[in-house]
Design a protein around this ligand. Sequence first.
Ligand code: FPP
Length: 230
Amino acid sequence: MSKKNSIPKHIAIIMDGNGRWASKRGLDRSKGHLKGYENIKPNVIYAKKIGIKCITLFAFSTENWNRSSKEINFIFDLASKVIYEESKFLNKNKVRIIHLGSIDNLPEKMIDRIKKSEEMTKDNKDFTLAVAFNYGSRDEILRAVNKIIDSRINTQLSEEDFESFFMTNMLSNPDVVIRTGGEKRLSNFLLWQSAYSELIFFDKFWPDFETHDLDLVIDEYNNRIRNFGS
Ligand code: FPP
């Protein structure tokens, strides 16, 4: 297969390194999350401008509950800002917002806000911002299996049938998964869905990730040969 010149449809991002970004500057970890939050809008707007159709952000994993309650509350407030306060702006820009993850253990107010912004933006077809919040891939797969058991399906399933039980069922699989912050693992993020994704790692921390880096991602994507095992 030859090199191509195409824009990936779906990019998923593990926004890692907020805490280290702050510590390096002698700041509280919350300042890193704030900076990370502020970095979302410019990258989403740029992604949409260059023709990407979907960005999925890993914002809070099922493992992040181990953090201090102060840090958890801070991240929850920022998530509410993305999901709720920014939803009018995102709606105006024809962005559909969807939540990936479990609503178990989320505050009622947040669940209500998630539902409202998903409802308000549901007809936007140009671009999707999927926020993985209280998300874990193993949890998603296990929930799919349990739903199948509950629905008493007793026929053999195809991969497509199985995927239809996932939280990501209205999204295409990510063409690219980016992880910032220097670690080179998926950390329970979209494990099934990323089977054929290009994995691109950045040493820089998420607050330092710039729109220019998205251009580098696209160049790298185009330099890789995707043959899906054939
Ligand atoms: C990882 O960095 C980042 C997080 C766990 C939180 C990400 C959240 C935001 C950017 C704000 C909210 C955004 C949305 C879309 C809801 P880390 O804290 O693990 O950094 P470290 O590895 O340096 O400690």
